[in-house]
Each structure stands twice: as C-alpha cells, then as structure tokens.
Write a protein that binds this ligand. Structure first.
Ligand code: NI
Length: 185
C-alpha cells in the first residue's frame, strides 16, 4: 500500500462517479479523468504532466477531441497547489473527489503512509494536518462533496486534537509547535 496507489485511484473514481451523478455532471468525462488523474504523481507539476499523458492515452483509445479536452481540463485543474482553477463542473467534481480521499479515516491513514514514504516525523505530519488537511473541506466546490466531507472533517480534527494532546503529555507541546495550545478550534 502506498499513499497514491491503485486503491486511491479506485476510491476517487467511485467518489467522482457518485458526486457527478448527484450534481448532474457528465459521468463519462469525470470517470475518465478520475482514472487518469494521477498518472504523473511524484513528478513536479504532476497535474499538467498527467493531463498531457492522459491526452495521448485517450487519443490512442480513439476518443473525440472534444471529449479529450474536457477530461484534460479536469486533470490539469485537480491539484490546488498547481494553481489552475477548475472551470467546468466536471473539473470541480474531480477536485472534490480527490480531496475527500485526503480527509477522514482514509486521510489519516494516507497522511502517515505518505510520511513513511518521505521520511517525515510525527510532528512534521501534524504540521501537514495544520497547513493543508484540516482546511481541505473548506475548499470543496460542490454541495454533495461538502455533505460527504462534514463527518470526515470532524473525525480528522478529533484525531489531530488527540494526537496533539498525547504528544504534549505531560507538560505542553514541546519544541515543535505552539506551546499556547491548539491552533485549530
Ligand atoms: Ni489523487
């Protein structure tokens, strides 16, 4: 198991399909985009590179150009950090599905897997929670995804709070964070 493995792709496909159906998005475009969204994972600019690779694959499969460009836009816009805003409902659905797989119990599991893969400490993982994961549910585009995210976000926060508490026992947070206490309310 890795943080970005076939299991991640399969979960994103299922989530994206579910959200697309509820939101009235084009399910075929969303499915193809979800399946191919992390082709270039691990490379710099993975969303743009992955989108290019997906274009070649979809051409080889004989899809029409119009369909291909709609899928390509979803992939290039799915990564928040690469700065391409999702312009279509389908791109918003993929972005939401990918974020949902980063929160909740799955999010906790994947965060620590990723840390193991990259040699990050427990404390560095908590900083990743604070800088990214705890706010992900506020960056969702669709009502369906916000609904799915609410219990996952609550669990993530509860896990984070307990870990902070246990790591700080006894006598505060130590030298890795804000000794005043929790930053996230
Ligand atoms: Ni992904």
């Amino acid at each position: 198991m890795r943080s970005h493995d076939r299991g991640h792709v399969e979960r994103v496909v299922r989530l994206a399909r579910y959200i697309a159906a509820r939101e009235g998005a084009d399910v075929e475009v969303v499915e193809a985009a979800a399946e191919l969204h992390d082709l270039a994972r691990g490379e710099a600019g993975h969303a743009r590179r992955g989108a290019e690779r997906a274009r070649e694959i979809l051409r080889a499969r004989g899809h029409p150009e119009e369909f291909i460009e709609r899928v390509v836009h979803c992939i290039e816009a799915h990564s928040f950090s690469e700065g391409v805003e999702p312009r279509t409902l389908e791109a918003k659905v993929l972005s939401d599905a990918d974020k949902l797989d980063a929160i909740g119990a799955i999010g906790v599991a994947r965060a620590f897997l990723y840390s193991g893969e990259n040699g990050r400490s427990l404390e560095e993982t908590l900083l990743h929670f604070e800088r990214k994961l705890l706010a992900l549910h506020e960056r969702l585009h669709t009502a369906t995804a916000r609904e799915l995210a609410a219990p996952r976000a609550r669990f993530l926060r509860e896990f984070y709070r307990r870990l902070v508490e246990e790591l700080g026992f006894p006598g505060g947070r130590g030298d890795w964070g804000d000794a005043e206490g929790e930053r996230v309310q």
